[in-house]
Ligand binder design. Sequence first.
Ligand SMILES: [Zn+2]
Length: 466
Amino acid sequence: MAMRRRDLGKAMCGAVLASASTHAAADAPPGDTTLIRGGYVMTMEAARGDLPEADILVRDGRIAEIGHGLPAPAGADIVEAAGTVVLPGFVDAHTHGSISQMRGLYGNTPETAFFSVTSRLSAHYTPEDTYLGMLLSAVESAASGITTTADFFDNVRDRAHAEAGLKALRDAPIRARLLYGMKSKTTADPIDLAQVEEWQRGWEEHAAGGRLSLGLAWRLPQALDDAQAWAVKDREWETAHRLGLPIQVHVSGTVPGRPEAMFDALIARRMLRPGLQVIHATDARDDQIAALEEAGSGLVVTPLTEHRVGYGLTRIDRFAGIRRLGFGIDGSALAGFTDMFALMRLAALTQAGSARNEQAVSPRRLLELATVGGARALGLDATTGSLVPGRAADLQIVRLDAWNLAGFDGGDPSALLVYSARPEDITAVMVAGRFVKRDGHLTSYNVAALHNQARQSIRNIRRRAR
Ligand SMILES: [Zn+2]
């Protein structure tokens, strides 16, 4: 098994990982110690708050200590971070990595609308296309400060594609959850539960030292009154429940005139539970939101894509009572790219604009949703999303010397980050104690080769689809 996967990977990555080590990209060798010195540290944990000019000691992939004037252990990698902001890496709590090479094809006409283009082209994916899409998504995420992603893998097609998707996330530089989904976006073929069970039983072998986790990318029946379809869906849901796997489900309105019907179906069938994340809620009623919170489920909203496809306005103030609330990119090709700053800004402007009140929104709240909120939604907050000793060293360092940040003279940088920062301002990104971006550059990937392969991939997909 392991051998076969390695060979598959070798065949697929080729030039993409030419300069990468053979180890999974984000696994820190034990014993690595890094001291990040003198940055403005936003822990994103309420009890700790912000620590100006503080040091972070990272050891064995975890945060060992945060404080002032920490002594440098012998042999430690010292990173001078004075004049920067150090904050947790962003958590992208829902995405669709495999469509990333479709960027630029959604042109807002009936023929070029998101759903029609994606369904048409997805049917022509090879395992190599799947691998490239998911890897491209994860690599651009790393460059944009995202250290955790949850990839709703809903074009599994067959086991070779499934292996390719898993391989992509193993070769990716970030923490990832593979949400195993249906064979395609358009058919009602059930999820390959046998493979999900097999993976779950041997997950230790696939998990890249705990960096990867598994879940179910689950969909409601296309017709909500189709008893036969429900029998299949119930079995999938129960299998995930039995295996203790998290589940993600879209509740975006596809029932004409009843946009909240999918959410109602989940409630009526008592399917809301801890470990389940509902995706999108622009149409949700207050009683549905209350039911979700009472059940202990998570909610992931995706402002960039919800606006783009016309689901309505993402009003985050409507979800104020939800403890497990996070943001999702929802496919870099549809969102534009993996820009969490743009996403936070859109959410902030949407809320203030629709409330006609500048003070309706707190930049700090948006940063919480983009970090610890997403981790909570995924049930990963004991591991990532905040800077706390014992948790994984998943963090980003933002330099403040770019044009778009000029003039800022210290203090709380929340508003600066939400309204002015760009992914290019992130000089370093660390995942599990290892720098995956440093001095403004990715450390392990041949980006030009990856872009070139993505272009070839989409060219071939489009040719096969003609
Ligand atoms: Zn989605």
